[in-house]
Write a protein that binds this ligand. Structure first.
Ligand code: RP5
Length: 167
């Protein structure tokens, strides 16, 4: 029987309303066969749970955190405050400012506590960045990422060739 790998990536979000976007980060992990876990924990609604959960991650072998939140999006920054692990922030589009509020909340971290911020709803890129981070200490993951980029380049060139034929 194949033993289950321990999760390497934690995908945390402020609300279940963020799930459809954050699922894209999980899909990337699945594509690269990297184990992950998902959690709904709001920095405002359950702050002590966020602290306990984030502090539990290093001893469980998690290497990267992807944190998504919308509106006054403090979750990624709060995660970064409680850990030495790298945190990737995903601003979620919601409310009357369409995610600009979340983008500015996440990207404008004070000096000393970085959060690597992706685009509004950019959970796919957050997943890919997590894979790249893991690839710095795992050559199999790094190789898969290189293959992913080669495949993407091939697809672009194929589309270009098709467009040229149409002319
Ligand atoms: C944020 O508030 C969450 O991350 C979510 O994007 C937003 C709205 O949350 P709900 O009111 O839908 O639970 O904390």
């Amino acid at each position: 029987m194949k033993t289950k790998q321990k999760p390497l990536v934690s995908i945390i979000m402020g609300s279940d309303s963020d799930l459809s976007i954050m699922q894209k980060a999980a899909d990337v992990c699945k594509e690269f066969q990297v184990e992950y876990e998902m959690k709904i924990h709001s920095a405002h609604r359950v702050p002590s749970h966020v602290k306990n959960y984030i502090e539990s991650l290093p001893k469980r072998g998690i290497k990267v955190i992807i944190a998504g939140a919308g509106l006054a999006a403090h979750l990624p920054g709060v995660c970064a405050a409680f850990t030495h692990l790298p945190v990737i922030g995903v601003p979620i589009k919601s409310g009357s400012l369409n995610g600009l509020d979340a983008l500015l909340s996440i990207v404008q971290m004070p000096s000393g506590i970085p959060v690597a911020t992706v685009a509004i709803d950019g959970a796919k890129n957050a997943g890919l960045l997590a894979i790249q981070i893991l690839g710095t200490s795992d050559s199999k993951i790094a190789k898969k990422f290189q293959e992913y980029k080669k495949k993407m380049a091939k697809e672009v060139l194929k589309k270009d060739a098709q467009l040229t034929k149409l002319k």
